[in-house]
Design a protein around this ligand. Structure first.
Ligand code: FES
Length: 179
């Protein structure tokens, strides 16, 4: 699994991703029947998403028709075909969250980030994604960022969490510049 800065590097070269980093995965699974989903999961871990070039490469290497690889990659919601931000905000729109005001959280986040659900901020720091039940309904309304669940949220709290993360990113980049 790559760290975030390595993923960023991969994203920066999205038009020509380094296919060699997938060699180890392909060597392990190339001849295993039914391993396409696993290979796609591992490729997504490496690149942060599944660029078309990578899907074509997987099809070629695993001797599977490209249409079949695209079909699987587009069928499962776990797979992303476009780059995402460093922090993916999963905003729950399940029933419990919906009745507890997830729409107001969504409106506040969209206003703060100036994007719509499914979009990524121009600085590539945040992607906002609406999802079904996250499995922690007692926290409704809830959002999850980098594996951590936040809830029950008010719109102000949701915005504060984003601002704090943004401030940490600013500090980290200033620290990096001064190093
Ligand atoms: S409905 Fe949102 S966590 Fe279950």
């Amino acid at each position: 699994m790559l760290c975030n800065c390595q993923k960023e590097k991969q994203n920066q070269t999205a038009d020509s991703p380094d296919l060699s980093i997938l060699d180890e995965v392909l060597d392990e699974y190339r001849d295993q029947a039914g391993s396409l989903v696993t290979v796609l999961q591992k490729a997504q871990d490496l690149y942060g998403y599944l660029p078309l070039t990578v899907l074509r490469h997987i099809a070629e290497e695993m001797n599977i028709k490209p249409a079949q690889v695209y079909g699987v990659a587009t069928f499962y919601t776990q797979f992303r075909l476009t780059p995402v931000g460093k922090h993916v905000i999963l905003l729950c729109q399940g029933t419990a969250c919906h009745v507890n005001g997830s729409e107001r959280i969504e409106t506040a986040l969209c206003q703060e980030l100036k994007i719509k659900p499914g979009e990524t901020t121009p600085d590539k720091l945040f992607t906002l994604t609406n999802v079904a039940c996250l499995g922690c309904c007692s926290l409704a309304p809830v959002m999850m960022i980098n594996g951590q669940a936040y809830g029950p949220l008010t719109p102000d709290q949701a915005v504060r969490i984003i601002k704090d993360l943004y401030a940490r990113e600013q500090q980290a980049s200033e620290g990096g510049e001064n190093a």
